[in-house]
Design a binder for this molecule. Structure first.
Ligand code: NAD
Length: 364
């Protein structure tokens, strides 16, 4: 059995799906590892850092892989050249990607998209959403600190006392909590907000204050649900009053498979302090702020709005280490006695499967 990874081709993508550590563990299961030349180099893993791994050009890797691990979805022309029966495993971004799913099916492939794993205790070790969101949350707060015109910590100096920055984190999921933890390490005064009531305790346990806006919207599977129009109006009204005090807002609110909820309106931004900064981590799915332009820097009056994309790729070494471990832990469910034999009675296998031997199982 040949397990492979290609050098990722998306713009700015530096992560790799198989690290030297994980290659070694896969070798220990009796598998052959074949990687594209330089696959790990952008993440800080040159070819020489992999032991007992074969390297080849992309064509050979595509033609020989039995299991292709990826960070982002391979191009459709790559999918079209994989061997029939090959398993594709990674973040396959299935929502709104009918053409990609058709390409997987047309080639009689089997594909597992780890974003679809249920958020159960057993799935935690394979949860790419969590591992990569933690990196993104950390990076978002560093970007905020770097671009803010103020210090984050309180400083007592001979030139007088500097008050700490006031930071609000909207959305206290995995990314938001890591953003809060990072802002705390930098010494800011932090508040966190979410529509899931259970996040209050999590926010407070990080030493931040929970911002109570009186809107609760717990959905299924531990996720938030979309707000109704009335709830959204109530949320915006309550938030508008509070926003005036913050120097930095990092927003991370998301509802799986849906565009990011619009929480910060133009009028709310116009009510913020001069020099205030918004880092909209939800830019990838449209943004939590009406004024966000994905991947761009928007100056609206005296407020700066950043919509950085693919933040996890910005810390590629640790992001890859965690991602590759997620891949390995899931791959263990697919491998039996050195052969690829996914057990579809296992809910983690069944629920993350997009396409099984050419049959489309994913319902968007
Ligand atoms: P996510 O990326 O889907 O969303 C980010 C946050 O935005 C969530 O906390 C959500 O409640 C919040 N949000 C959505 N709409 C909002 C709105 N209108 N206003 C304010 N906030 C809004 O979430 P995630 O980080 O992937 O985590 C989702 C859940 O899964 C959490 O409960 C998390 O603790 C849980 N989880 C469980 C496991 C596990 O046990 N295996 C692992 C990771 C995460």
């Amino acid at each position: 059995i040949t397990v492979s990874a290609l050098r990722e081709t998306a713009a700015g993508e530096r992560r790799v799906a198989i690290t030297p550590e994980v290659a070694k563990k896969l070798r220990g299961k009796g598998l052959r590892i074949l990687l594209e030349h330089g696959a790990g180099a952008p993440a800080g893993f040159p070819d020489a850092s992999y032991a007992e791994v074969e390297f080849a050009g992309a064509e050979q890797v595509i033609g020989q892989a039995d299991l292709l691990a990826c960070v982002l979805p391979p191009d459709e022309d790559v999918l079209a050249r994989l061997r029939a029966g090959c398993i594709v495993l990674g973040q396959l971004r299935p929502h709104g990607a009918a053409a990609r799913i058709d390409a997987l099916a047309a080639r009689q492939l089997t594909a597992f998209s780890l974003e679809l794993l249920p958020r159960t205790t057993r799935a935690q070790a394979m949860d790419v959403l969590s591992s990569q969101a933690a990196v993104a949350g950390y990076r978002a707060m560093l970007i905020a600190a770097e671009n803010a015109p103020k210090f984050f910590p309180m400083l007592t100096t001979a030139a007088g006392t500097i008050r700490p920055s006031r930071v609000l984190v909207i959305g206290a999921g995995v990314a938001g909590l890591q953003a809060i933890a990072t802002a705390r390490r930098l010494g800011a005064q932090i508040e966190g907000y979410d529509v899931r009531p259970e996040t209050r305790e999590q926010v407070e346990s990080l030493g931040a204050k929970f911002l109570e806006l009186g809107v609760s919207a717990a959905g299924s599977g531990g996720y938030a649900r979309e707000l109704t129009a009335e709830e959204r109006a109530a949320q915006q009204q309550a938030l508008a009053d509070h926003l005036k005090v913050f120097d930095v807002v990092v927003s991370t609110a998301a509802v799986p498979g849906r565009p990011a909820p619009k929480i910060l309106t133009k009028a709310m931004v116009e009510g913020m302090k001069p020099g205030a900064l918004i880092v909209d981590l939800a830019a990838e799915s449209g943004g939590n702020c009406e004024l966000t332009r994905p991947g761009e820097r928007v100056e609206h009056g005296d407020v700066l709005i950043l919509g950085p994309l693919n933040l996890a790729a910005g810390a590629p070494l640790h992001a890859s280490e965690m991602y590759a471990r997620n891949i390995y832990n899931f791959a263990e469910l697919l491998i039996r006695d050195g052969a690829l034999a996914p057990d579809f009675n296992d809910e983690l296998v069944a629920k993350s499967c997009l396409v099984r031997n050419g049959e489309i199982l994913f319902k968007s």
